[in-house]
Design a protein around this ligand. Structure first.
Ligand SMILES: O=c1ccn([C@H]2C[C@H](O)[C@@H](COP(=O)(O)OP(=O)(O)OP(=O)(O)O)O2)c(=O)[nH]1
Length: 144
């Protein structure tokens, strides 16, 4: 699958670590270091612009290392990059730790995974077929 990319960042093109990597790291492209306070959220720009083929999307996901070490995650994870989006890819980070976290230019702040999507054709109806589960959900199974 080929994706056109404009790189207006100061950094190299995103690169997969290995042939088997699912995600490619996204780097912060910022003028100066930004301090994300505890429980604060912010939009960090990447300087990247994509043209994703129709029927595909990109998902912006957290990096587990940042999450476990610093409580930094992607607030809207997985962020959705639509195939028809031509704007700059942004990453919404939130600091779920008790400490401020400094984001420097070029830091790998998230990862991007490409995925196939299907659009549903909605068939309006008044009834749905019956199942054993029925309307049970949200922990309804396995109750004593
Ligand atoms: O983490 C993200 C999420 C979204 N976007 C961009 C690409 C996406 O195609 C567009 C719209 O995203 P989304 O559909 O999640 O936003 P919305 O809140 O529904 O707003 P819109 O009315 O613009 O669709 O914003 C990003 O750059 N990063």
């Amino acid at each position: 699958m080929k994706v056109k990319i404009i790189n207006r960042s100061k950094h190299d093109l995103p690169k997969y670590e290995t042939k088997a990597s699912a995600g490619v790291d996204l780097r912060a492209n910022i003028e100066e270091p930004f301090t994300l306070q505890s429980l604060e959220r912010t939009l960090i720009k990447t300087g990247l612009f994509l043209e994703i083929p129709e029927k595909y999307e990109a998902q912006v996901r957290p990096r587990s290392g940042l999450a476990i070490k610093h409580g930094i995650t992607v607030l809207n994870s997985p962020g959705t990059i639509d195939a028809d989006y031509r704007g700059e890819v942004g990453v919404i980070l939130v600091n779920l730790s008790n400490e401020p976290f400094v984001i420097e230019d070029g830091d790998r702040i998230a990862q991007m995974v490409f995925s196939k999507v299907k659009q549903a054709e909605f068939i309006l109806t008044e009834e749905l077929t019956e199942t054993d589960r029925g309307e049970g959900g949200f922990g309804s199974t396995g109750k004593k």
